[in-house]
Design a protein around this ligand. Structure first.
Ligand SMILES: [Zn+2]
Length: 266
């Protein structure tokens, strides 16, 4: 006896030129129980540089999923994509962590993992660039080191200049050598907003040079939206990560091994 395979008609609901973006959309559909398929994906991944003009990656779903899948895709926001990217890259960790504050938490963001995959970092910067597009400015500034790649990529995508700050004997300064006469209005790009301390320092050193900060662009606002600045803030993802004193930490009570992630150098 032979089973007759029922033929499934696949409908293309979106096209992409970027393999990372196609995979991302596919993953988000799968998360919601759809059965997506990528067409031309291999050709694109292998020959991305030459195939770009000839092929597009088609995101397909079975005919009966078309309407709902389209609806899901159009309803997705930056925060949905960013959460998925962070999880895919292993940048949003679950467990038992000691934060630099000494408090304990069940979640930890490993910033280095965001930069480890340039395709992921590029995708995040592209989303940030879209959010910053309505502002008028000439340059982006980022604090060393973690945010330099992100600020640079965002500036490149937006056709702007880029400068960065560094610490010299504890004080934050704009790195020597940049020609600041080319710029008046500046945008700050930072990876994660926690206490806002370093961003405040960047604002000060920009203002000390007689320049104006017009907006702050952040990938992840870890303060849960609780920190205010004298200029607008655009963040792709607002995340409140609860932290506990040792004596109130459930994970400690359950004897879950404590991880102490390495602190970053500035
Ligand atoms: Zn604990």
């Amino acid at each position: 006896m032979e089973d007759k395979m029922e033929e499934i008609t696949l409908i293309t609901i979106a096209t992409y030129t970027n393999p990372f973006e196609a995979e991302l959309a596919k993953g988000l559909l799968e998360d919601s129980g759809f059965h997506p398929n990528l067409l031309n994906e291999r050709i694109m991944s292998m020959y991305a540089s030459i195939a770009g003009d000839m092929y597009k990656i088609e995101l397909q779903v079975p005919e009966n999923e078309e309407k709902d899948a389209k609806e899901l895709l159009t309803g997705l926001e930056d925060s949905d994509y960013v959460t998925r990217i962070l999880k895919d890259e292993g940048a949003l960790l679950e467990g038992h962590f000691q934060l630099t504050s000494g408090k304990h938490s069940n979640q930890y963001i490993e910033k280095a993992r965001i930069l480890q995959n340039p395709a992921a970092a590029h995708n995040l910067c592209k989303r940030l660039a879209k959010r910053l597009a309505e502002y008028e400015f000439e340059a982006i500034i980022s604090p060393a080191y973690g945010a330099i790649a992100l600020g640079f990529e965002t500036a490149y995508l937006m056709g702007k200049n880029f400068v960065f700050t560094q610490r010299k004997e504890g004080e934050m300064i704009i790195r020597n050598g940049f020609d600041l006469s080319r710029m008046h209005k500046i945008v700050i790009v930072e990876d994660i907003l926690t206490t806002g301390g370093s961003i405040q320092e960047v604002i000060s050193c920009v203002q000390n040079k007689g320049l104006e900060v017009v907006v702050i662009g952040i990938l992840i606002d870890r303060s849960g939206g609780n920190i205010e600045f004298p200029v607008p803030l655009e963040s792709l993802l607002c995340l409140e990560i609860p932290a506990y004193e040792r004596e109130n930490c459930d994970a400690c009570k359950q004897n879950i091994p404590l991880e102490i992630p390495g602190s970053s150098d500035k």
